[in-house]
Design a protein around this ligand. Structure first.
Ligand SMILES: NC(=O)c1ccc[n+]([C@@H]2O[C@H](COP(=O)([O-])OP(=O)(O)OC[C@H]3O[C@@H](n4cnc5c(N)ncnc54)[C@H](O)[C@@H]3O)[C@@H](O)[C@H]2O)c1
Length: 273
């Protein structure tokens, strides 16, 4: 997909320093969009078994977007900070004059049985994965409506947002919430020509997706492993971020102009099993 289908458009991506978010930034830029990329770039996830991105990662995303010939604005922020997201969206409008595409992608994962995790671990998942997405929506929607250009908002939930796995009930609860939020959003935004769709990735090749801290739970509760079966396709193994970006670029553009309120699995058939 090298065609410049998104020329003249501007995309805001959260969690864009690495992983899926960086891939979406590069691919949306390649399709012609200018990019606003934000990420916390700090060790804020107390309960995750893998590190968060670092400032150098966000700088590398900027370099990669610029090498596609597009402009990029970057900002270190925590999606839990509504005012910070509102400020960067105001900067986006001041710099680029518009906002067309949003990928609410920032998220964290941690492991533990529901009654054994602490209140703090539960709150961390919900505050970042669900309230963080609501903050993004609250920051982006008013200026998008005011611009009157329509647009495409994508939220990144998970297969765990429709099929709850053992060992991460707090994560599943936050991701089920993202599905509900997005589907209501699609209904409320229809009259403005703004589409809203939710993506449901399964195991994807990123630091979150290759975190091995879940193995301890599998050793203690071997039955849990049956909730994570192999996918249906011959191309077994993790999904690559670039394969999720294929779907993001499609949903961002006019080829998906009749798609809104959809839950889009990007999981090699995991949810069908
Ligand atoms: N990798 C998988 O297997 C998988 C599967 C299903 C869903 N997802 C979802 O995909 C999204 C992207 O994750 P990924 O796989 O690229 O993982 P990742 O850890 O590589 O990337 C997530 C990025 O979000 C950033 N981030 C985390 N908390 C933040 C906060 N509070 N504010 C701002 N930025 C923050 C991190 O620094 C990191 O750069 C997440 O929402 C995740 O839940 C991932």
């Amino acid at each position: 997909m090298t065609e410049q289908t998104l020329a003249g458009k501007v995309a805001y991506i959260t969690g864009a320093a690495r992983g899926q978010g960086r891939s979406h930034a590069i691919r949306l830029a390649r399709a012609g969009a200018d990019i606003v990329a934000v990420d916390v770039c700090a060790p804020i996830a107390e309960f995750s078994g893998y590190p968060m991105a670092e400032p150098e990662d966000l700088a590398e995303t900027a370099r990669l977007v610029e090498s596609e010939g597009r402009k990029i604005l970057t900002q270190q922020l925590d999606v839990r900070d509504l005012a910070a997201q509102q400020r960067v969206i105001a900067d986006t409008i001041a710099t680029f004059g518009r906002l067309d595409i949003v990928v609410a992608n920032a998220g964290v994962c941690s492991w533990g049985r529901i009654w054994e995790i602490s209140p703090e671990q539960f709150r961390e998942a919900v505050d970042i994965n669900l309230t963080g997405v609501w903050n993004t929506i609250k920051a982006v929607v008013p200026p998008m409506i005011e611009a009157g250009n329509g647009g495409s908002i994508m939220t990144i939930s998970s297969s765990a947002g429709v099929k709850a796995p053992p060992g991460c009930g707090h994560y599943a609860a936050s991701k089920f919430g993202v599905v509900g939020l997005t589907k209501t959003l699609a209904v409320e935004l229809g009259e403005y020509g703004i589409r809203a769709n939710v993506l449901l990735p399964y195991g994807t090749n990123t630091p979150l997706g290759t975190d091995t801290s879940m193995y301890k739970l599998f050793e203690e509760h071997p039955g849990f492993v049956y909730s994570f079966p192999p996918n249906l396709l011959k191309t077994d193994g993790l999904v690559e971020p670039d394969e999720i970006s294929d779907v993001v670029v499609w949903l961002a553009g006019d080829q998906a102009r009749v798609i809104t309120g959809a839950q889009v699995p990007v999981d090699k058939g995991f949810l069908a099993r």
